[in-house]
Ligand binder design. Sequence first.
Ligand code: ACO
Ligand code: OAA
Length: 451
Amino acid sequence: MNSKEFMNTISGLAQGCVETGKIDAELYTRYDVQRGLRDKNGNGVLAGLTKVSKIESSKVVDGVKQPCDGRLFYRGYDIHDLVGGVVREKRYGFEEVAYLLLFSKLPDDKELAEFKGLLSYCRKLPTNFVRDVVMKAPSKDIMNSLSRCILTLASYDPKASDISVDNVLRQCLMITSVMPMLAVYSYHAFNHYERDESMYIHRPDPKLSTAENLLRLLRPDKKYSEVEAHVLDMALVLHMEHGGGNNSTFTTHVVTSSGTDTYAAVASALSSLKGPKHGGANIKVVEMMNDLRKHVKNLKDQDEVEDYLKKLLHKEAFDKKGLIYGMGHAVYSKSDPRAEVFKGFVKQLSQEKHRESDFELYSMIEVLAPKVIAEERKIYKGVSANVDFYSGFVYSMLDIPIELFTPIFAIARIVGWSAHRIEELINVDKIIRPAYMSVMEEAEYVPLENR
Ligand SMILES: CC(=O)SCCNC(=O)CCNC(=O)[C@H](O)C(C)(C)COP(=O)(O)OP(=O)(O)OC[C@H]1O[C@@H](n2cnc3c(N)ncnc32)[C@H](O)[C@@H]1OP(=O)(O)O
Ligand SMILES: O=C([O-])CC(=O)C(=O)O
């Protein structure tokens, strides 16, 4: 068999899968199946309780539920206050908010210093890990490289499968600390072996914050400005946590409930996060914008931009998936508070980096896309820009390569996953196992010679 024949055979088999695998859409309604674990109004089915964070997207006014501006709370604190606090007090916030998410309180000076010390202590990889694991089979897909590295770290941990809370916390802190190294080194390996660029494996500096270290590891000369590090730190804080029901955190709950180890749980969460409808959307947004710039002649012409957006929805442009990336959210309706915070910084940064026209284009799409989506889709609650809409633009202004956009999301969200894994372990000793109603038909076995 040659490769063409092989592919033809596969296409034929795949077509068979689709034809025989299709389930009549009407059956989902008849049996009241909550597709996407959502009710008819788009609300997620209640699958658990959490004290890690809270998302608000609607209010009850005169007994009627109404969409409202989104709010997000980490362990009781509004995300605006958390970001505002560290910006005002000119601190790096990632470590402080990680402490809050894991231990349910804002640390005082001493607790924060001790916690930073723990993270620095954990920020080292096993001997030769970069040579033996990170540099092997480099890929453009750094999320896959990250999963591979995390799974391999289990081989170096004599207590890999111990799921006692103290051991899981140790593993979570270690993974949180080394994730920036794994992501950036994986990127450098890809950049060297696949793109023939120089490779830099800088050591982290124990005195620096997570955001500063990330930039230090990335840049050939280890240099970055304070503004760059603070913007990245703020982005990390905004991405750290989003309830128990988001796809990657729910994945964490599901696999944790089976009793699996921390490395396997994190690899599963990473595999979920990279999906283009979840954290992978930040790469898709930038690619979509590049495609738009190629196909729209006058980027200031609203009608022309709107036509392109319609083509996206009609599966006629970009990846032909029918989505406008960076728009819409499973929970938020009128606004995602993180997109709003991002927007404030983006405007300022775009002026400093002379990318005002890009900012104008993003702002135009932020207004046009919800209108276009509402015209074409059944919208229960409204659509607005989500956290992924501006993040890629911000990272590109920090000269962070596109391959690292979703890994940066993971470097932040590992903290939320950790808090939820521990919450699952200490509260719910029951394997998650929803039901699937079978709509198959039973068949009489036929011996091979009679088929
Ligand atoms: C960190 C994060 O995960 S944030 C989300 C990042 N993802 C993206 O930016 C990808 C683009 N957005 C989307 O695909 C969706 O908005 C999701 C997956 C985030 C949420 O989807 P849902 O929960 O189905 O949202 P919602 O219930 O409001 O959608 C209503 C309808 O509008 C459609 N819709 C929502 N957002 C979009 C969009 N950006 N482009 C096109 N159609 C959309 C939905 O497909 C749905 O139509 P359908 O009923 O015909 O399937
Ligand atoms: O909550 C969700 O569905 C998606 C998510 O993780 C986020 O918005 O940060």
